[in-house]
Design a protein around this ligand. Structure first.
Ligand SMILES: Nc1ncnc2c1ncn2[C@@H]1O[C@H](COP(=O)(O)OP(=O)(O)OP(=O)(O)O)[C@@H](O)[C@H]1O
Ligand SMILES: [Mg+2]
Length: 279
């Protein structure tokens, strides 16, 4: 069973130009007891249908805040966000989310966990059982459908999270550092698997990461955010051919892109003032 049979198929030929996500002039300020905290400022970002965009930025610059806004869990303080041409006003079925931790319900089986978004919409879960099984097959876990999350490794749990994120066949998949809790080897393998799933389903993806390697390996375009308040300091198209396999890191173009992006970050993981200020 290929993903194209389970999920709406990818578009072949020319990359689709219709924007799936449009963020314009986005500002977010949190009110806290200690005063207000500006997390994002004047963020503009468009993601086309089927496009894979990664967001790189230092800790605390507002990346998770950006995802909360796009998913409708949080309202912007300024600016607008549209998904599929409609203004985001709350959580919606067209948007799937994969979190940093798999956040599975420990008392539910793997299959039941994949069905959670269906239940959340008040739909009858039984009618979606076959589709959930197909998604588990897609992420290589069909034989674990009746297991409980604590019987799975971290990487397997994260794959359940991806299947769950795809359950509503969303046009936009949001991923917040989904592999950061995994060991380096599993992380590399998961990135490769995600690329395969994406190439089959061609969802628009907004993927947040701290890893320059992950950003380059996965992205059509990389968005670099400044330190808080997060602003877009560069949007970098990645022109490496796909599929990008493990050996992509030894290509000269990869090294160039890596060095360019690495320049933004100091050894402690923060953006350099010079380049961020010049951008
Ligand atoms: N609910 C909240 N209330 C108040 N301030 C918040 C809230 N959530 C986040 N912030 C603040 O907003 C800023 C951005 O937070 P956010 O979680 O979006 O950063 P991030 O880029 O995802 O960081 P990390 O890379 O560490 O995950 C931080 O300074 C944080 O303290
Ligand atoms: Mg975060």
């Amino acid at each position: 069973m290929t993903a194209a049979r389970i999920l709406s198929p990818r578009r072949d030929g020319e990359a689709a130009k219709t924007p799936q996500l449009v963020i314009s002039g986005l500002g977010v300020t949190y009110a806290t007891r200690g005063g207000s905290v500006k997390a994002l400022d004047g963020v503009d970002l468009t993601i086309a249908e089927g496009e894979f965009v990664t967001v790189l930025g230092p800790s605390g610059c507002g990346k998770s805040t950006l995802l909360k806004i796009v998913s409708g869990l949080l309202a912007p303080s300024a600016g607008t966000v549209t998904v599929g041409g409609r203004t985001v006003q709350g959580p919606q079925a067209e948007v799937g989310i994969v979190f940093q931790q798999a956040t599975l319900l420990p008392w539910r089986t793997v299959l039941e966990n994949v069905l959670v978004p269906i239940r959340a919409l008040g739909k009858p879960a039984e009618a979606y059982r076959d589709k959930a099984m197909d998604l588990l097959r897609l992420v290589g876990l069909e034989s674990f459908a009746d297991n409980y999350p604590n019987e799975l490794s971290g990487g397997m749990q994260q794959r359940v999270g991806i299947a769950r994120g795809l359950m509503n066949d969303p046009q936009l998949l949001l991923m917040d550092e989904p592999f950061s809790a995994l060991d380096a080897m599993t992380r590399e393998r998961m990135a490769a698997e995600l690329q395969t799933i994406w190439m089959e389903t061609q969802k628009a993806v907004l993927f947040i990461t701290h890893s320059i390697q992950e950003a380059i390996t996965l992205a059509d375009r990389i968005v670099v955010l400044s330190e808080r308040p997060g602003r877009v300091v560069e949007v970098l198209p990645v022109d490496l051919p796909r599929p990008r396999l493990a050996d992509v890191v030894s290509s000269p173009r990869y090294s160039e892109l890596y060095a360019h992006l690495r320049d933004y970050f100091r050894v402690d993981g923060k953006l350099t003032n010079s380049k961020a200020a010049a951008a």
